[in-house]
Design a protein around this ligand. Structure first.
Ligand code: ADP
Ligand code: MG
Length: 393
């Protein structure tokens, strides 16, 4: 998806205030009634309708009048809220090219004030699989708003928490910088996804490092669950970095052994095919010693994990709870259907504009673009809605 950050420059405080009001309304409404938006935003000089029209024009909102007159955020609208918060916090000041399109995410290069490049991952959980399976519907009866907004935010929170914990335990992962809504900011990994690499100086060494990572993860109580050539980055010195953590599970998961074996098999298969490696019936551990194998030479999950530690504590400390884990796991395993009917039942009473809303409404005035092909604009001036309207008139 294209992220046209130019639009950011044209948005006024009122625009952001209304956008935030829609986000708040979406806590209990799949589709937020325009009257409610009006009440939450409570613009000083009125004019919610005009602002809504403007946000629609820039595709930050979606309008639906089939049941009643209502609005919901688009991915782009949600992106803008997260980006604005990050800019306000001083995490980055500009956005550059898109560097990755994952199954369920978009990744962009961003730059900090001092010019350091970082990567920002915008989660889009549900882009592929939202409507896949209805079977899990019963789980959702007691949940109010089980929508992509919530799931994408959970995915980001989980990714951030795991990245941080893994980093603290010396795993080669990007530095976790910050997290807001569905957006994770991390260090930019130099190098390429392994899937793009045709030649290696030392394929055996790289292979052993990678298998060693799977083993060491299990020793820490974790399984990656998507450990493949798309989620391993490799630089010119053949140093490996692993990425992409929203689907990780604990070794106590009922299908842990299957996930573990699948990760291992993926790596074996890739190295066999791409680098013509033939394998002895055993391999080595992360620290260079031989990994535990069973009689047939397979890496033995049960003996690796028998004294495994758990990263649960660190994860909880990062704000990712057990309930969050259960929610996201249900989605990943079952494919949860977007459920509009349930989510419209909520009350409106608990919605109010808090301090954090003000924080969101300020900011982004200083957003620049990295992409030199884009025209340069005086953001401070162009930012004002009034100016733009005058221009149009
Ligand atoms: P998804 O969950 O959608 O698969 P990933 O986290 O795997 O998303 O990222 C998709 C692609 O984006 C990766 O294959 C990689 O090319 C690029 N990418 C992701 N994170 C980084 C990073 N920190 N630095 C550089 N490139 C990255
Ligand atoms: Mg990936």
């Amino acid at each position: 998806m294209k992220l046209d950050v130019n639009v950011l420059r044209y948005l006024s405080k009122d625009d952001f205030r209304v956008l935030t009001a829609v986000e708040m309304g979406m806590r209990n409404h799949e589709l937020v009634p325009s009257e409610l938006i009006h009440r939450i935003a409570s613009l000083k000089h009125g004019g919610t309708y005009k602002v809504l029209k403007n946000l629609l024009k820039y595709k930050l909102l979606h309008h639906d009048s089939s049941k009643y007159d209502g609005f919901r955020l688009t991915y782009l609208g949600y992106d803008f809220l997260a980006i604005k918060t990050m800019v306000k916090r001083g995490v980055f000041v500009s956005i550059g090219r898109q560097i990755g399109v994952g199954k369920e995410s978009d990744i962009f290069e961003v730059a900090t004030e001092d010019g350091t490049l970082l990567a920002v991952k915008l989660h889009r959980l549900g882009r592929v699989s939202f409507r896949a399976v209805k079977a899990k519907r019963d789980y959702l009866k007691h949940r109010r708003s089980y929508n992509w907004l919530y799931l994408s935010r959970l995915a980001a929170l989980k990714e951030f928490a795991f990245m941080k914990a893994l980093q603290e335990h010396g795993f080669p992962v990007p530095d976790a910088v910050d997290c807001n809504r569905h957006c994770v900011v991390m260090s930019l990994v130099q190098g390429y996804p392994l899937v793009q690499v045709r030649q290696l100086q030392n394929p055996e060494v790289v292979f052993e490092t990678i298998i060693g990572l799977i083993v060491r993860l299990a020793e820490h109580g974790l399984i990656h669950c998507d450990f493949n050539e798309f989620n391993l980055m490799i630089d010119d010195d053949e140093k490996v970095t692993m990425i992409d953590f929203p689907q990780m599970v604990s070794i106590s998961h009922r299908n842990a052994q299957m996930y573990f074996d699948r990760d291992v098999e993926c790596v074996f298969k890739f190295f066999r095919k791409r680098f013509d490696l033939t394998f002895e019936e055993h391999t080595v551990d992360a620290d260079g010693t031989e990994a535990d194998t069973d009689e047939s030479g397979r890496i033995c999950f049960s003996s690796i994990t028998k004294d495994a530690g758990f990263l649960d504590k660190e994860l909880a400390a990062s704000g990712f709870t057990r309930k969050d884990q259960e929610d996201i796991q249900q989605f990943i395993e079952g494919g949860i259907e977007e459920d509009a009917s349930d989510s419209d039942e909520g009350t409106e009473d608990d919605i109010s504009i808090s301090g954090t809303n003000e924080e969101i409404v300020e900011g982004v005035d200083s957003l620049h673009l990295l992409d030199q092909e884009q025209p340069t604009l005086d953001c401070a001036k162009a930012d004002k809605l009034e100016d733009r309207q005058q221009c149009e008139a």
